[in-house]
Design a protein around this ligand. Structure first.
Ligand SMILES: Cc1cc2nc3c(=O)[nH]c(=O)nc-3n(C[C@H](O)[C@H](O)[C@H](O)COP(=O)(O)OP(=O)(O)OC[C@H]3O[C@@H](n4cnc5c(N)ncnc54)[C@H](O)[C@@H]3O)c2cc1C
Length: 281
């Protein structure tokens, strides 16, 4: 499939990129790794008149530690996250994205702005309670993950804003688990569950659970979190909390699974992710 005709620019500075995409109007799109946008263009589900490639913009790559957080440049590829085990859950989840070709090109910024609830990184950012920096013509603003994902393929990023940086708390001392279920290896998640657990002795001092592809946005399994918080971490308490993983969700049917099957997967994967995060597996 061949995309519709478009103009292409690759500015050398962030200011020029912001100006180019703003001047281009609503039909201008930023381009990062191209592994979500270009397939949509090939299917003619997106027909931008102008692509503004971010690849020459300096300062958008790399991972740096600052106080209790990691600062990750928006153009950092999934493969770099995968090979940065110090990022914990984010690194493990990035390693499950598609195949090496996609991981070498796709970027953390592109994945978050695309806002696909079946993508691996959005729910992870949600439960590690990270945030993003958005830079536009009138300056910078930060948006917490809880406010970033608005609807299916819709985020709080406005036209003319570039997601420049992702901030990720280090969550030292927390255990984590990631469980992704798909029909073919290297595919998008039919459902995935991420979990982080802070232990105090054998008790769950705090628990956060993320659900991927269980609705139009990434979700937290709040009922299951609440059920386990403050409880002793045993196979029984985890199994009981995981039974509530799908509470309040309304997952859409798709080619691979009915809503009921997705709810079943959420419960099973939640038990496994919590068991992993609690260090009981
Ligand atoms: C075969 C295949 C399998 C895949 N499997 C998975 C999978 O299993 N799990 C998964 O999570 N993902 C999967 N993906 C998606 C992949 O991770 C994409 O790379 C990612 O979702 C988008 O990142 P990108 O850098 O390619 O963004 P692009 O495609 O370049 O851009 C995506 C969108 O974000 C905007 N954008 C990009 N960067 C910025 C920025 N810095 N600031 C503002 N707007 C920006 C663009 O304008 C566009 O609207 C798959 C893709 C393919 C092709």
């Amino acid at each position: 499939m061949i995309p519709a005709e478009f103009d292409y620019v690759a500015p050398d500075t962030l200011e020029d990129a912001i100006k180019a995409v703003s001047d281009g109007g609503e039909d201008a799109k930023l381009l990062a790794g191209g592994h979500s946008l270009i397939p949509l263009m090939k299917l003619r589900l997106a027909t931008p008149s102008l692509l503004v490639d971010l690849r020459k913009v300096p300062g958008l790559h790399g991972i740096q530690r600052e106080n209790g957080s990691w600062r990750i440049g928006a153009l950092t590829a999934h493969t770099e996250l995968e090979h940065s085990p110090e990022l914990g859950l984010l690194s493990v989840a990035a390693g499950t994205i598609a195949d090496p070709q996609v991981r070498n090109r796709g970027t953390i910024g592109g994945s978050l702005v695309h806002g696909d609830p079946a993508s691996d990184l959005p729910a992870v950012l949600l439960i590690i309670e990270g945030g993003v920096t958005l830079t536009g013509a009138s300056g910078q603003r930060t948006v917490e993950a809880a406010d970033l994902f608005r609807d299916y393929l819709e985020t709080a990023v406005e036209h003319g804003e570039v997601l420049t940086e992702v901030r990720v708390p280090t969550l030292e001392g927390w255990g984590f688990g990631y469980q992704k279920f798909n029909r073919r290896s290297e595919d998008w998640a039919m459902v995935a569950v991420s979990a982080v657990v802070k232990k105090s002795g054998d008790t769950a001092e705090d628990v956060r659970i993320g659900l991927t592809n269980m609705g139009s946005v990434p979700l937290r399994a709040s009922a299951a979190e609440e059920a386990l918080r403050g409880q002793p971490l045993t196979a029984e308490t985890i199994a009981s909390a995981a039974e509530q993983a799908a509470e309040g969700t309304d997952p859409p049917a798709d080619l691979n699974a009915s809503p009921d099957y997705k709810r079943h997967l959420a419960r099973v994967l939640c038990r496994r992710a919590l068991t992993e995060a609690a260090g009981l597996s």
